[in-house]
Write a protein that binds this ligand. Structure first.
Ligand SMILES: NC(=O)c1ccc[n+]([C@@H]2O[C@H](COP(=O)([O-])OP(=O)(O)OC[C@H]3O[C@@H](n4cnc5c(N)ncnc54)[C@H](OP(=O)(O)O)[C@@H]3O)[C@@H](O)[C@H]2O)c1
Length: 286
């Protein structure tokens, strides 16, 4: 297949591009090569490259930034997805749209399945959900893949796991919230899972996270257990201790129910994936 990737230089793109490149021709684009906010540019690149599949990862992922810059959030995360979906419809390409478990309101006491109704609360999640609706309305051949709290990126990891590891090295006393729950998702596992999914032709909306659910505090504890934490401690706190511009749902965890029902749930438990990532990638290359 000819595969075109948007947002290829991001955390997920860094793993997804090499995974797909082992089997397919990959054209990797990021903001410099293709600004997804520009419909003419999107149509032109898809017309020129004639991809069979477009993996649409490009997004503004700073949740608080999106809250403060609403127009930018909707332009990139919702209209950007619409531009890609319409171009895929015009040039007969299949589309994969990366979405998020934060499209739900968090009121449930257990992980969300694909059969629960989204009700996003932050501007980031609302824009990502509008992106889902545009994809669904424009295409028949699409996969919407909702992921959990992603970790990955190796030496370039500046997100939750990377930050905890850096702070642990500095011997800092950490405070981490214990009232927000999610499903950690290793970008490498997600990339392999997406590759397998697109080979089925079973279009639709899927949850794809590593198995299990934890609080941010349990997540941080697990990270610290996997690195040298001799002079670092972590204390659980309420999210009221850290007021943020964007609301975070209490429950963002997702269950891969569609994959499970179809016998396609290859994802491993999050603790196993995290241990693999930290030992074999993060620490091995630092
Ligand atoms: N990270 C998570 O925990 C998580 C969870 C669930 C779903 N997702 C979704 O998964 C996808 C990938 O996430 P990620 O964590 O890999 O994100 P990321 O690291 O922030 O990467 C996103 C990439 O998109 C690029 N981009 C931003 N605006 C663009 C535009 N207008 N046109 C083209 N490219 C643009 C960014 O470039 P710059 O860096 O130059 O801005 C960046 O390289 C996103 O759609 C995200 O919403 C992420």
């Amino acid at each position: 297949m000819q595969v075109l990737v948007t947002g290829a230089k991001g955390m997920l793109g860094g793993d997804l591009c090499p995974v797909f490149a082992k089997k397919h021709q990959v054209v990797a684009t990021d903001l410099q090569e293709l600004d997804v906010r520009d419909p003419r540019a999107v149509f032109a690149i898809i017309e020129e490259n004639k991809p069979d599949l477009v993996l649409h990862l490009a997004a503004l992922t700073n949740v608080d930034g999106c809250q403060e810059m609403k127009d930018e959030a909707y332009l990139t995360n919702a209209i950007g997805a619409k531009n890609v979906a319409l171009a895929c419809a015009r040039y007969a390409a299949c589309m994969v749209y990366l979405s998020t478990g934060s499209v739900f309101d968090g009121a449930k006491n257990e992980p969300y399945t694909e059969f629960d109704t989204p009700h996003p609360s932050s501007e980031y999640s609302k824009a990502k959900y509008q992106g889902e609706l545009f994809v669904r309305d424009s295409l028949r051949e699409y996969y919407i893949v909702r992921a959990g709290w992603m970790f990955g990126g190796g030496v370039r990891d500046k997100k939750f796991v990377g930050k905890i590891v850096s702070l642990a090295k500095q011997g800092r006393k950490l405070q981490v919230v214990d009232d927000k729950f999610g499903s950690p998702t290793y970008t490498n596992d997600l990339a392999q899972g997406i590759l397998k999914l697109v080979e089925t032709g079973w279009y639709g909306t899927y949850h794809m996270a590593n198995l299990g659910c934890c609080s941010r505090f349990e997540y941080a504890q697990k990270v610290l257990n996997l690195v040298d934490r001799s002079n670092c401690s972590v204390e659980p706190v309420s999210s009221e201790a850290f007021p943020l511009p964007a609301h975070r749902p209490r429950m963002e965890a997702i269950r891969n129910y569609m994959l499970q029902l179809l016998g396609l749930n290859w994802m491993r438990p999050w603790e196993e994936a995290l241990s693999d990532y930290i030992k074999n990638r993060l620490l091995a290359n630092r």
